[in-house]
Design a protein around this ligand. Sequence first.
Ligand code: INI
Length: 151
Amino acid sequence: MIKIHTGSYDGRNKRFAIVVARFNEFITKQLLEGAIDTLLRHGVKESDIEVTWVPGSFEIPVAAQKIARGKKVDAIITLGAVIRGETAHFDYVCGESAKGIAQVALQTDVPVAYGIITTENTEQAIERAGLKQGNKGRDAAMTALEMANLL
Ligand code: INI
C-alpha cells in the first residue's frame, strides 16, 4: 500500500502572513488583493491574515524570517515585483530575495510561498498581476494553503 502525502486547500483554522514590497506598488497591490481574496475564498478568516509592507523585494526575507520565527502562522506569502527595465541591480534583487526566502523556509520549517514577479518590462508585470496571465498573488496563496496543510 503506497502512502501518499498531499496538502488540501482548506484554509479553515489556518493563519497566514503576507509580506509585500512597496516598490512597484501599483503591481504589488494587485498581487496582494489576489492573495487575500484567494485565502478568504478558501475559508481563512480575515482575523487570521496579517499583512506586512516592506520597502522592496530585497527586504522581504528579513521580515519573513522574523515572522516565521514567531511561529504564529502556518505559512507566509511573499509578494513583490522586480522589473529589469528599471534597475541595473535586477539580478541582485531577484537572486537575493529568492535565496533569502528559500532559506527562511528551510531554517524555520514554516512554508514561504514565492510570489515575486520578475519581468523584463512593466507590461509583462501587469499581465502577471491579473491582466492576462493570471495573478501571481493568487498562485502564491494557493501554494501557501497547500503547504500549510501538507506540513
Ligand atoms: N525592489 C523591487 O521590489 N523591485 C524592483 O524592481 C526594484 N528595483 O527596480 O530596483 C527594487 N529595488 C529596491 C530593493 O528591493 C531594495 O528595497 C533597495 O535596494 C534597498 O535595500
